[in-house]
Design a protein around this ligand. Structure first.
Ligand code: 5AD
Ligand code: SF4
Length: 439
């Protein structure tokens, strides 16, 4: 048998890209590739890219530049760009960086082996279509391969919301949900391969409406069905839109034991004026009322969110509304960004907030968010939490895992293995993690 070729994938951006990279690696397994952890000995390098902010997109070009010497030393090396930069910039990538042999958009990953063959034949291979056929049914799986205890599973892709700042509706396309049977089949397969926690992914995951016999299923119904799978212990989902949090999904947080008490629910801003300019179609008040209802169902839920500061037109008063909303919610964990104008989005045409003003607001917001995160973490000391152990820690005898609330937890000298789910009493809180001991 021929020596397998080596594939190095570097993944940027969101969890969906992590999932896609796994599926691409599996698909390339069928084309004679095994994954390697280093670019240096690879026969093919694939960058799975992110276009959400300008910084993320520019990283790709600087990374590509670094492969120049590798490619000069080994002319057989093929270099590919996948992900949202591939979708958004297409042929432009090959013009800007002639090292690139292959460009593939997120909806065409099932065609990757064929594109690789074309690139091997000396062609510049490009596919950024939104094809009719379903990539998920065509992406080959590697049967029986053992896996770690946690996995991502994409159930929904794309977005129809068109927030004024966001490229997702253009790079990932219109909202599409995978059929229920396909999702359940993939989940059962993951569990057979050792997975105990599944995070359901979608750009707008709570808008899920997967086709099933007798009509579409909501995300809540899907979660309840997944909860019936023996061996699957934990279910999470991300990312959700406030306008798609239906009553059943809220209720599931209260009555479905396997659904973990953590919810990523981005609001972006606390100012109604800015929310309107962002085309978010909800107010700050509506968001706060929603969180009240979620907390009524699951009082200990840990809230997470995303914020953009310095959106075009944002005044100091608007920003004060954002700070007030954060105070009112009390987040356990958040992501916050300075607005970045993305070509082709409606907001890209509008006048920017002064960059220094935006940076200063971001610093104030992040100080508040860090304080909240730390306070909530500190409150865990003395509590007993469930921890799923994912890997060995850096110290000898140390094991690392995630709590139900998604806090990183370290335990020392305990008799636990990767994949064990155990009760842990939290003994200390550090800047980004908790320490504890087995109960
Ligand atoms: N500028 C800054 N942040 C953005 N996000 C999306 N688009 C932009 C942009 N143009 C942030 C939002 C979103 C998260 C994934 O990235 O907060 O929820
Ligand atoms: Fe982008 Fe999310 Fe808005 Fe969709 S809902 S346009 S993915 S920020």
């Amino acid at each position: 048998m021929a020596e397998p070729k080596k594939l190095f994938i570097k993944t940027y951006g969101c969890q969906m890209n992590v999932y896609d990279s796994e599926r691409m690696a599996e698909a390339m397994g069928g084309a004679g590739y095994v994954e390697t952890a280093s670019a240096d000995d690879a026969d093919m390098i694939l960058l799975n890219t992110c276009h959400i902010r300008e910084k993320a997109a520019e990283k790709v070009y600087s990374e590509l530049g670094r492969f120049k010497e590798l490619k000069a030393a080994r002319p057989d090396l093929k270099i590919g760009v996948a992900g949202c930069v591939a979708q958004a910039e297409g042929e432009e990538i090959m013009r800007r960086q002639p090292l690139v042999d292959l460009v593939v958009g997120p909806q065409s990953y099932h065609r990757l082996p064929e594109l690789e063959a074309r690139a091997r034949g000396g062609e510049k291979a490009l596919d950024t279509e939104f094809p009719e056929e379903d990539k998920f049914t065509r992406l080959k799986r590697r049967p029986q391969a053992k896996r770690g205890p946690t996995a991502f599973l994409t159930v929904q892709e794309g977005c129809d919301k068109f927030c004024a700042f966001c490229v997702v509706p253009y790079t990932r396309g219109a909202e599409v949900s995978r059929p229920v049977a396909q999702v359940l089949g993939e989940a059962r397969d993951l569990v057979e391969r050792g997975v105990r926690e599944i995070t359901l992914l979608g750009q707008n995951v709570n808008a899920y409406h997967g086709a099933a016999e007798g009509g579409d299923w909501s995300l809540a119904r899907l979660i309840r069905e997944l909860a019936g799978i023996d061996g699957l212990e934990r279910i999470r989902f991300t990312t959700s839109h406030p306008n798609d949090m239906d009553d059943d999904l809220i209720a599931a947080h209260g009555d479905c034991a396997k659904l973990m008490p953590y919810l990523h629910l981005p609001v972006q801003s606390g100012s109604d004026r800015v929310l309107k300019a962002m085309n978010r179609k909800h107010t700050a008040e509506k968001y706060l009322r929603l969180i009240e209802r979620i907390r009524a169902a699951r009082p200990d839920i840990l809230m997470s969110g995303d914020f953009i500061v310095g959106f075009p037109g944002e005044t100091e008063a608007d920003f004060a509304d954002t700070m007030a909303l954060v105070e009112a919610v009390r987040y356990g964990q958040c992501y916050s960004f300075k607005y970045s104008a993305r070509p082709g989005t409606p907001a890209a045409e509008r006048a920017l907030v002064d960059a220094d003003v935006a940076s200063e607001r971001l610093a104030r917001l992040q100080a508040l968010l860090t304080r909240q995160q730390r306070e909530i973490q500190d409150e865990m000391v003395g509590c007993e939490v469930g921890v799923l152990f994912e890997r060995k820690g850096r110290m000898p005898g140390q094991m690392a895992g995630k709590s139900d609330h998604l806090h990183a937890v370290y335990v020392e000298g305990a008799n636990v293995a990767v994949g064990d789910l155990a009760r842990v009493r939290i003994t200390a809180s550090g800047p980004n993690s908790l320490a504890g001991e087995l109960v």
